[in-house]
Design a protein around this ligand. Structure first.
Ligand code: CAA
Ligand code: FAD
Length: 379
């Protein structure tokens, strides 16, 4: 593994940084306050090729490597974690899942507009009573010959309201357990598909999270992904890559908060010296820097292994677990370093602290990552 970034990777990092500073930063506090989806900014991200970053150009993507993807998400999440999750779901759950596992016809129909960012996608696995325990899902897709009849509810779906294409995981044959689960490409406009109200959230308030209801939705047979019964393995394989996206989002939240705290600690004077000259504050910053550097290395390692076609279940889980714990610890300390100012929205770090929490929950909680990592130890 080469620790030196290529010219192209540096260029992508810079483009993401410029975009985040000029387009995302100005309205980020307001979007958080009003739970406003960054519609205009997502269009710009599409123009920059950030919504289908790793997709082959022949399907409308930017054809970049996974390290570039980590760098871009980090820069975007430094400023706006909501924009980062919108991007992560579209890239690593939806586009990656379709590109790797769908047939040519499905790719032409669904992947091309998603990779170009003309439409947004969502990935629907979780249910009111089946989050971590994903095989216990109750949504059914019953085989009716030419089509499947889809019934059930999915919960907490990112891009739930803005998406047009949904990957929906459902149980076709309960008797077969996880081997009876299938994944489907579902369109928003289909009869029987309805969207619940937008969730009111602690953080990532610029992203839209909804429950989705399916009532006798007819899904054409040709919209099943892969062979009959492949749906759970599909979901797990896709989530391995997705976890690199969320790890990078967490890394960005952490490094954004660290940079603000470092600057503040050099400017703020208490007891006649900048607070960074108090060792208690300097040591906090040292620990933050250390953890962020380690988190970045784990993200790069997982991305590197992904591009080499290796099994990334272990490295993806390690990156996600460590980066999300780093995001939480770092943002709490960034608020502490800012003192009273850390508690008001103008200084950004309180939002970052609220945003950090979700990275320990979605795409597999920290407890689930430990399960995945520990199971991998004896493989
Ligand atoms: N990679 C590849 N395959 C995996 C896998 C992984 N990480 N984890 C499990 N599998 C496969 C197993 O190999 C097995 O397949 P075979 O039978 O073909 O060998 C199958 O999945 C079932 O595995 P288990 O018996 O281990 O299943 P389990 O019921 O014990 O659960 C689990 C395993 C790891 C806990 C899994 O249920 C899990 O990951 N849960 C978390 C769900 C999750 O991450 N949800 C995220 C939703 S999307 C989201 O959150 C998006 C967002 O916010 C932005
Ligand atoms: P539970 O599974 O009920 O877990 C509750 C607690 O018990 C957790 O601490 C958990 O770690 C712990 N626990 C559970 N099982 C074990 C165990 N075996 N060992 C130890 N501890 C355990 N889902 C999607 O499918 N698509 C999305 O786009 C999406 N976006 C989301 C966006 C937001 C803002 C939120 C809040 C959630 C989103 N989710 C999405 C759902 C998310 O993936 C789940 O919330 C998550 O997987 C946890 O499931 P749960 O909420 O049911 O918690």
């Amino acid at each position: 593994m080469d620790f030196k970034l290529t010219e192209e990777q540096i260029m992508i990092q810079q483009a993401a940084r410029d975009f985040a500073q000029t387009e995302l930063l100005p309205g980020v506090i307001e979007r958080d306050e009003h739970s406003k989806f960054p519609t205009e900014q997502v269009k710009m991200m599409a123009d920059l090729g950030f919504l289908g970053m790793m997709v082959d150009p022949k399907y409308g993507g930017a054809g970049l490597d996974s390290i570039s993807y980590v760098l871009a998400i980090e820069e975007i999440a430094k400023v706006d974690a909501s924009a980062a999750v919108i991007m992560s779901v579209n890239n690593s759950l939806v586009c990656a899942g379709i590109e790797k596992f769908c047939n040519e016809e499905q790719k032409q129909k669904y992947l091309v507009p998603l990779a170009k960012g003309e439409v947004i996608g969502a990935f629907c696995l979780s249910e009111p009573e089946a989050g971590s325990d994903a095989t216990s899902q109750k949504t059914t897709a019953i085989d009716k010959g030419d089509y499947y009849l889809l019934n059930g509810t999915k919960n907490w779906i990112t891009n739930g309201g803005t998406a047009s294409t949904y990957i929906v995981i459902a149980q076709t044959d309960v008797e077969k357990g996880h081997k009876g689960i299938n994944a489907f490409l579902v369109e928003k406009s289909w009869e029987g598909f309805s969207i619940g109200p937008k969730e009111k959230k602690m953080g990532i308030r610029g992203s839209d999270t909804h429950s989705l209801m399916f009532s006798d939705v007819k899904v054409p047979k040709e919209n099943r992904i892969g062979a009959n019964g492949f749906g759970f393995n599909f979901a797990m394989a896709v989530l391995n890559g997705g976890r690199i996206g969320i790890a990078s989002q967490a890394l960005g939240i952490a490094s954004g908060a660290y940079e603000l705290a470092l600057k503040y600690a050099q400017e703020r004077v208490a007891f006649k010296k900048p607070i960074i000259q108090h060792q208690a504050i300097a040591f906090k910053l040292a620990d933050m820097h250390l953890q962020i550097t380690a988190a970045r290395m784990l993200c790069f390692k997982a991305a590197f292994e992904k591009d080499n076609g290796e099994d990334i279940s272990h490295s993806g889980a390690m990156a996600k677990l460590f980066a999300s714990e780093t995001a939480m610890n770092t943002t709490i300390e960034a608020v502490q370093i800012h003192g009273g100012n850390g508690y008001v929205s103008e200084y950004h770090v309180e939002r970052m602290m609220r945003d950090a929490k979700i990275t320990q929950i979605y795409e597999g909680t920290s407890e689930i990552q430990r399960i995945v990592i520990s199971r991998g130890l004896t493989k």
